[in-house]
Design a protein around this ligand. Sequence first.
Ligand code: PBG
Length: 337
Amino acid sequence: MIQRDPAEATTGFPRRRPRRLRMKPAVRDLVRETSLQVDDLIYPLFVCPGERVRKEVPSMPGVYNLSVDELVEECRAVADLGIPGVILFGLPESKDEAGSGAWIEDGIVQRALRAIKAALGDRLLLIADTCLCEYTSHGHCGVLSAEGQVANDPTLELLARTALSQARAGADVIAPSDMMDGRVGVIRETLDAHGMTDLPILAYAVKYASAFYGPFRDAAQGAPKFGDRKSHQMDPGNAREALEEARQDLLEGADVLMVKPAMPYLDVLASLRRTFSVPLAAYQVSGEYAMIRAAALNGWLDEERIIWEAALAIKRAGADFYLTYFAPRLARMIQRR
Ligand code: PBG
């Protein structure tokens, strides 16, 4: 006998049975609201000096520091998988107070950009992460004041110089990740003044001061030597402020807004989705990758299903595309389906 729902007037049971659309895989496929596509993937890569270098990052099994020659081969494989783009991070030969390795003409990322462009042309979109932390001797995202604070305005000029030099070396997209106030505007003005009005800016608009970046600092050797990044990256307790950061970057000329990290901040991503119509990106960061890998290597969870579900969650929350260290695996999984 059918147990009548006392709330039938509101739920419709037994006439409405949501399980009907879950019975057959083909029906589930038809009604699924979110799906994964290879063309939503951006793969982060770390380029280092030397030749034939392929050095695994200890806290990120499966992620490597690659010399330019190895990087070009990796990029070819990435393009062959149909992944549309990569974002590049550099480990410079040497570091200094002002992070000059970020903008010099033969900087590590500049050399990488030229080599990939020469080998692959427009087969792969090249996104340049624009920040100084990997290049400063103190590991901070900008120049330091006499008091040891990251000085906002003096840093802007260096960021603009970095963006310009990346653009000249072949970057297709500039992605400022430093979180200085006003950096998108200064970078936009600089690019425009040099005739690059059509080069898009993907702004790390909403970037939290997060412990989830831990393994990245291992990978890019960009940990601050003292202090932290809380004077410029956002406080994890704040969600409304994210909308203000996003609005500010849009006013300054950002073309795409990014939320970072991804999974712990899906509420923030969803609120940006409701508020803005511009394209949104999310960054599944190093700590998110490391957690999944570590649990999987212990046999504690089904890695492929977790990778898939996490990616689906990021898209469902509102990302048009996302940066993930799982990009090649996801591409293979998507193609296998
Ligand atoms: C700064 C930058 C960082 C990440 C991307 N760009 C590190 C930081 O802000 O401390 C982190 C990415 C990750 O954790 O995967 N250049």
